[in-house]
Design a protein around this ligand. Structure first.
Ligand code: ZN
Length: 299
């Protein structure tokens, strides 16, 4: 081997060692945003967006990829979206069941920079944030990941999680108290089965138009069943998914003479609400208010 070749060999060996060293840097080394400045987080839809903002506060930059007013399940990522994910410090999504389109993007991304904040098990209802403590579990995963990626602000992220924990406990109590004494417990929901866990937790009798899968497989037969149920029962209102099926809910209400009230899945957000900075907690408080009104509960 010539002198030049030996020098080159040593150089290459050093470079390889350097790359290995960077990858296996000791746990105690402070970590932070790749580009300096604030940690850059991109999220799929509104649930992870709102929770990331809640935990990251002023210390992170958050961008939502699914535009406001868009249904998250059938979203098709543009090249711009794929680049935004690649350039971010962290990509937070809910779960493969909620956003199937994330899976192609994830294939080209290293695991430490992507987080499924919700459940990844296929047999679990993916709408976990529809109960206060399900949302807290998601927020906790986000807080842990942020603290891990940005050690400088870790204490702040944990503090924000503690604050959120208190708000979640208050929200849970408000649901328990607010739905304790109602004339009806039947929630007729002209939408997909997003409120199963919520109904289970607060002992409501939920009747949704379609399943959890977001495929919109509602049948005329099921619609007729709901109408029959309303006619013979104590039902005074039907609940609707504002951005998905308001016309269908209005048709049912027209047939039966009951009111229409929105229930928010928080999966999608209207442009107006997004600009006004409505949070997950705001939507859940509104859901409680509408349930109390529709079920005629004593507050
Ligand atoms: Zn859903």
């Amino acid at each position: 081997m010539s002198k030049k070749a030996v020098a080159l060999f040593i150089l290459l060996a050093l470079a390889a060692f350097g790359a290995w060293w960077l990858r296996t840097a000791p746990e105690s080394a402070p970590r932070g945003p790749r580009t300096g400045g604030k940690l850059r987080v991109v999220t799929s839809g509104y649930v992870p967006y709102s929770l990331a903002k809640q935990i990251g506060g002023e210390d992170i930059e958050v961008q939502m990829l699914v535009p406001p007013g868009t249904e998250p399940h059938h979203f098709e990522p543009t090249p711009g979206v794929i680049i935004a994910v690649k350039e971010a410090d962290l990509f937070v999504y809910t779960s493969p069941a909620i956003e199937p389109w994330t899976q192609d993007i994830l294939a080209g991304l290293d695991g430490g920079r992507a987080l499924a904040a919700g459940p990844v098990e296929e047999d679990q209802d993916p709408h976990v944030w529809m109960t206060p403590y399900g949302a807290l579990a998601m927020a906790r995963r986000i807080a842990n990941t942020l603290a891990d990626l940005d050690t400088q602000h870790a204490a702040k992220y944990r503090q924000n999680l503690k604050t959120f924990e208190k708000e979640i406990a208050a929200l849970h109590r408000a649901f328990q108290d607010g739905l304790a004494d109602c004339k009806s417990r039947a929630v007729v929901h002209v939408g997909h089965l997003a409120f199963g866990e919520l109904a289970h937790t607060y002992e409501l009798d939920l009747r949704s138009l379609s399943g959890t899968s977001h495929q919109g497989e509602h049948s005329v037969k099921r619609l007729a069943e709901l109408v029959r149920f309303i006619r013979k029962g104590q039902v005074r209102a039907v609940f609707t998914e504002e951005l998905v099926s308001p016309e269908l809910a209005r048709t049912v209400a027209g047939e039966t003479g009951v009111r229409v009230l929105p229930l928010y899945t928080v999966e999608e957000v209207s442009k107006r609400d997004f600009e006004q900075g409505k949070t997950y907690l705001d939507y859940m408080r509104q859901n409680l208010k509408n349930l109390q009104e529709g079920l005629q509960c004593k507050a």
